[in-house]
Design a protein around this ligand. Structure first.
Ligand SMILES: *Cc1c(COP(=O)(O)O)cnc(C)c1O
Length: 444
């Protein structure tokens, strides 16, 4: 370690007193933080031996100013998703429709009848705005919207299964991204986990046994989401479980994860007593958790103190209502997510060709078929054939595009950078062309 370099690092107050920082017009506290962070970076570099001499003061001040400037800009930014993963959790999942965005603006810019009944002039419920839509779309008796589907599962178990044994197949004891593990959520909700069957095979008789022995008083079925077991497997269907639940007079709960208002969801809503799913997966709306089911169960969930903890906010509610309206009016398939998922390979090939033509003057590129995926735990194991523009992976290109404004995120495959066109939005092609032109210009 180079002690003398460390000792020669400038003092923060001396840096702040320079005209460059003192007169930059940015808040002093911001400059102080930026200076401290920049000095920390230098200090760490000296300790590891990567920094062998101090930069000139002018350069150090430039770096501090750049850092302070960045801190004044929003860090949450639009990016171009050229990964082909439609429901990319790290990239914000579902892009919203213009109608949903407009609803967010309307609800956010001023006041609204969020919890006010305009007919009676008295207090209303925020759930009223989406409840009928959810019931119409699923055929369920009652419905509830909460913050996200993880919250929906938690509320469902807390309100309906606290202190009870919940039978669940060992093949469905999954982790759904992050730290959302079904066994842990179940434990936190105050329910007892009653594992039935094996990882690959769970039969109806396995469930029946724990109901008959009195170990379990609730049945839970969880969509395994982002994983897929193949080979020697068997799981009891929701339909079979529904018959079993009726026979024993116990509730059947179902976490579908990802669902669009289609026949599958209507069937699930008819078979299970309560079904929950995400707002920002196949539904194509904002982050939300939707629960539909029998009225007494939904009433118990609404009455649970946790309902207030996990309530949906007004901006999400506005976007959700607009999204559900689109589905009700038959425009669901034209929402961004269903449209991207439904784009035909021949259409995607055309888009890829058009993008390649646009980039042709900027270096070698070709159009190739690729395997995409829905993402977000939707349609696991389902191939989503797509098309991409393929660029040779020149050193530094991936980083350059990732740091472009807006950042462009593709996929690296066999020394090629693939830009999958399925997830591109209007205007993205223009930005990609501008970025590549800038990259070419930088090259010797
Ligand atoms: C995605 C998913 C969840 C979590 O939903 P969020 O809306 O992300 O909270 C829970 N269960 C299943 C089966 C899922 O696929």
């Amino acid at each position: 370690m180079n002690e003398s370099l460390l000792r020669r690092l400038p003092k923060i107050d001396a840096l702040l007193a320079t005209p460059a920082l003192a007169e930059c017009g940015l808040p002093r506290s911001l400059c102080r933080t930026a200076a401290r962070q920049e000095l920390n970076v230098l200090r760490a570099g000296i300790r590891t031996g990567q920094v062998k001499q101090l930069p000139p003061e002018e350069e150090l001040l430039d770096r501090i100013l750049a850092r302070a400037d960045r801190a004044c800009q929003p860090q949450l930014r639009r990016v171009i998703n050229a990964t082909g993963v439609v429901l990319h959790t790290n990239l914000g999942r579902a892009p919203l429709s213009p109608a949903a965005l407009n609803a967010v603006v309307q609800a956010g810019a001023g006041y609204s009848n969020l919890e006010y009944d305009l007919e009676s002039g008295t207090r209303g419920s925020r759930q009223a705005h989406v409840q009928n839509l959810l019931c119409t779309l699923t055929g369920a008796e009652s419905a509830l919207a909460v913050n996200n589907n993880a919250a929906a599962v938690f509320l469902m178990l807390s309100a309906l299964a606290q202190g009870k044994g919940v039978a669940i197949s060992r093949g469905e004891l999954v982790e759904i991204g992050g730290s959302f593990r079904i066994p842990e959520i179940l434990a936190r909700s105050g329910a007892h986990l009653v594992e039935v069957g094996t990882t690959n095979k769970t039969r109806l008789t396995d469930y029946a046994a724990v109901l008959e022995s009195g170990e379990a008083q609730v049945l839970l079925k969880v969509h395994p989401s982002n994983f897929h077991i193949t080979g020697f497997t068997e799981q009891a269907t929701l339909e079979e479980l529904a018959v079993l639940a009726r026979t024993h007079g116990v509730p059947l709960l179902c976490d579908l994860g990802s669902a669009a208002p289609d026949r599958l969801l209507r069937t699930a809503a008819r078979q299970a007593d309560a079904v929950c799913f995400s707002g920002d997966k196949l539904l194509g709306g904002p982050q939300a958790g939707l629960v539909v089911g029998r009225a007494p169960l939904l009433q118990a969930m609404r009455a649970d103190p946790l309902a207030r903890v996990v309530r949906i906010d007004k901006l999400s509610l506005a976007a959700l209502e607009a999204t559900l309206l689109a589905w009700q009016n038959g425009d669901g398939p034209r929402l961004p997510v269903p449209a991207m998922l439904g784009a035909a390979p021949v259409t995607l090939q055309g888009w890829a060709r058009a993008l390649a033509d646009r980039l042709a003057g900027l270096g070698p590129c070709s159009v190739v078929p690729v395997q995409g995926e829905a993402g977000g735990g939707a349609l696991p194991g389902t191939a989503l054939p797509s098309w991409a523009v393929s660029l040779p992976l020149e050193p530094g290109l991936e980083v350059f595009l990732r740091r472009w404004e807006p950042p462009i995120l593709g996929r690296i495959h066999k020394k090629r950078l693939l830009l999958d066109v399925r997830t591109l939005l209007p205007g993205d092609g223009e930005d990609i062309a501008a970025a590549l032109a800038a990259w070419r210009e930088r090259q010797p």
